[in-house]
Write a protein that binds this ligand. Structure first.
Ligand SMILES: *Cc1c(COP(=O)(O)O)cnc(C)c1O
Length: 448
């Protein structure tokens, strides 16, 4: 069973939760002065309109017609009911998933890629740079730049280029230039290459390279995959459509579930429902992350750098410390040391709950899902699936409505599934002692 909306039901406005929360979001601050940063000072790698959205207190923000036209290539996305999974679990719960894998590059990331490319183009930028790990974000932005006539350069983590060549081809087919990172194109990259010539690279290094290049070139902007308020804003089409779809079938969600790296797909899913919960409605929001990168379950709510190169302002979030070294797990999209400031604030206020799992357990859940429902989930998505399954089991006779976000498909993740089938993967829990050390490092960054 699937619930499909007509094209006219694609939202005409994004929902800005900042205009609707009873709490103030701690502002980004300058690492030296520890004072809040003005819009002008932040105006370096982003265009004005995105920065204004990042700061806006308007509850509703119009989606430009040009952006809506591109979004209708795949939106509204279907809401599907996982009936075979329900039967298999012998649960009376209803399990739905919002299928964001329908986007051309295969994940929800395309929702913000389109909007960002549009605003940069309108502001006169000629090209965008960004980083990518698994390649989902890089390919989403490549497609978006191609749509709006911008050049695109993607710094791709070197080891991912080697392990996931098909994402690289996809980006190139859409006209982007893909650079294995670290590279000789930036001074940060050259420094890393000099110190550690055989490094595999990391998402933090790639991001620092992309930001450096955008910072040094006036006609070049930086495409942000997650974390920023404007990214969360663009993702609210997910939750807004979901609301309409559930209304159509007369159902009410008891659980909304999403996997969390930087937090944007989870934000897009739940933000339109948060106010109702603050006003007393019974609904649970479950953020799911890896034990190997447990920022919400084990991190601290502190000011920290958004990147490992320490180029960013300080933002307040649940963090494992920017020196966090990503352990060798396969869910590249969830290996971020922090989490979006708004999602972090909601966690701090106990509006959302967080849960962590091991990679072998979630991959098993993902394969079970593929057998029963047909679609192969992205590795990141399997975290949400595992949580949905566990909740459906716990509530076997309670007849609850459970919705999770199917953040992307896994047809480019076959390498990971292959390693799983060959029993080459291990579980990894990030050691608490390492977290304590990394947190100690950032305690000195806090404002007095
Ligand atoms: C990037 C990605 C994620 C994690 O990003 P968030 O910003 O935390 O949503 C999850 N699933 C897929 C398929 C992704 O590509």
């Amino acid at each position: 069973m699937k619930i499909i909306l007509p094209e006219k039901d694609l939202p005409k406005q994004w929902y800005n939760i900042l205009g609707d929360l009873p709490w103030e979001l701690p502002p980004p601050i300058d690492p030296l002065t520890k004072k809040p940063i003005s819009l002008e000072e932040r105006n370096s790698v982003f265009c004005r309109e995105l920065l204004e959205q990042d700061n806006s207190q308007e509850k509703w923000i119009d989606i430009p017609q040009e952006v809506r036209e591109v979004l209708t290539i795949w939106r509204p996305t279907p809401l599907r009911r996982a009936r075979n999974l329900e039967k298999h679990l012998k649960t009376e719960c209803r399990i739905y998933y919002k299928d964001e894998s329908c986007a051309p590059a295969g994940s929800f990331k395309q929702n913000t890629a389109i909007a960002q490319a549009y605003y940069f183009k309108k502001a006169g930028f000629k090209r965008l740079t960004t980083e990518t790990g698994a390649g989902q974000w890089g390919s989403a932005l490549s497609f978006a730049c191609n749509e709006f006539g911008l050049k695109c350069r993607v710094y791709m983590v070197k080891i991912s280029c080697e392990l996931k060549p098909y994402r690289e081809y996809l980006m190139k087919l859409w006209g982007a230039e893909v650079i294995p990172s670290p590279s000789k194109y930036t001074s940060f990259g050259r420094k890393i290459l000099k110190d550690t010539p055989h490094t595999n690279g990391s998402l933090g290094i790639s991001a620092s390279e992309a930001v450096e290049e955008a910072f040094k070139n006036k006609d070049t902007g930086y495409g942000a995959a997650s974390i920023f308020n404007f990214v969360n804003l663009h993702q609210t089409v997910i939750g807004l459509e979901l609301k309409k779809q559930l209304r159509l079938i007369g159902d009410e969600p008891a659980y909304l579930i999403g996997c969390v790296g930087g937090g944007s797909n989870f934000a897009g899913l739940i933000f339109p429902f948060v106010k109702e919960k603050i006003n007393g409605k019974e609904i649970k929001f479950i953020a799911v992350e890896p034990y190997a990168c447990p920022s919400l379950t084990k991190g601290k709510y502190l000011y920290d750098f958004a990147d490992s190169g320490c180029f960013s302002n300080l933002i307040k979030m649940y963090t494992l410390g920017h020196n966090f070294i990503p352990p060798p797990i396969h869910t590249t999209g969830l290996r971020y040391h922090g989490c979006s400031p708004v999602v972090s604030l909601l966690k701090y206020k106990n509006i959302i709950e967080a849960k962590a799992y091991h990679q072998l357990d979630v991959l098993k859940a993902g394969i079970l899902f593929a057998k029963l429902e047909g679609i192969l989930p992205a590795v990141e998505t399997t975290y949400a699936i595992k949580a949905a399954i566990d909740i459906a089991k716990e509530n076997k006779t309670r007849n609850k409505c459970i919705v999770f976000n199917f953040s992307g498909h896994g047809y480019f993740d076959l390498h990971t599934y292959q390693s799983f089938l060959h029993q080459e993967l291990k579980n990894y829990r990030y050691p608490i002692s390492k977290i304590k050390l990394a947190i100690k490092e950032i305690e000195k960054l806090q404002p007095k």
